[in-house]
Design a protein around this ligand. Structure first.
Ligand code: SF4
Length: 234
């Protein structure tokens, strides 16, 4: 039997259009989100980025679009029957979460490119800070965290789902809340002045890797360093 054959050519312009359309879907709901100031997620992640997202947004880059799309796709399609949305506000900080309804308590779903070899003690600090904020806002002390490791343990790279149960005490929950409150003050001061918080000061290093604002931040940082050098030499 003769094997079939086809000619294939890469169609990058169609790939771009598809990515743009996924990006547009991800922007839905953004207006309602921005109507409330300030959100837990705005404070936990890079403040500079949160500022730009509000006042000077750039479209998401392809990496961000795909990573968000995978996470949101999983939540909205695969687990739709088990979603338990909740939201609220405490001390001027808004929060919202789509819990899963597998138990009476809180169950949060995350997707990550991290290796499944990472234990719960090696999870990103931003996740832990966000979870501690949820615990403060809801009065819970325990949470289940379902993690879809998209790349499995990278050998072979099959997706893996793990669930961890976590507990926190009042002291660490309150310490995290104080940290968030301090960031809120700084963030709101910058919003009042309409001036972005200084780049590379309010983020974890990994956040810059796929960030759509990286070129802007690098340019601003070069200008800042040149000014600083001039001031020292005069
Ligand atoms: S490049 Fe880094 S510092 Fe700049 S907005 Fe993005 S995460 Fe923040």
């Amino acid at each position: 039997m003769m094997e079939g054959s086809m000619d294939w050519t890469e169609d990058s312009s169609l790939a771009t259009r598809i990515l743009e359309d996924i990006g547009k879907e991800l922007e839905l709901g953004q207006e309602a989100y921005l109507a409330k100031l300030v959100h837990v997620s705005e404070l936990v992640y890079c403040l500079t980025r949160s500022f730009y997202n509000r006042y000077d947004p750039l479209p998401p880059n392809p990496q961000e679009t795909m990573l968000f799309a995978v996470g949101i796709g999983l939540e909205q399609v695969l687990l739709r029957p088990h979603k338990k949305p909740a939201s609220g506000e405490l001390d001027g900080i808004h929060w919202s979460a789509d819990w899963l309804d597998y138990n009476e308590g809180l169950t949060e779903l995350k997707t990550t490119r991290l290796s499944a070899k990472k234990g719960p003690d090696e999870l990103p600090q931003t996740w832990i800070k966000q979870i501690l904020a949820y615990l403060k806002a809801t009065g819970h002390r325990e949470i289940s965290l379902a993690i879809l490791f998209l790349m499995g343990n990278y050998g072979p790279p099959f997706p893996t789902l793990r669930v961890y149960k976590g507990k926190a005490n009042d002291v660490e929950i309150q310490a995290n809340w104080n940290w968030l409150q301090a960031r809120k003050e700084i963030y709101l001061e910058h919003i009042e002045k309409r001036e972005p918080p200084q780049q590379f000061q309010w983020n974890e290093d990994w956040e810059c890797q796929n960030c759509r604002y990286l070129i802007v931040c690098q340019a601003k940082e070069s200008i800042r360093l040149i000014k600083e050098k001039k001031e020292v030499s005069t």
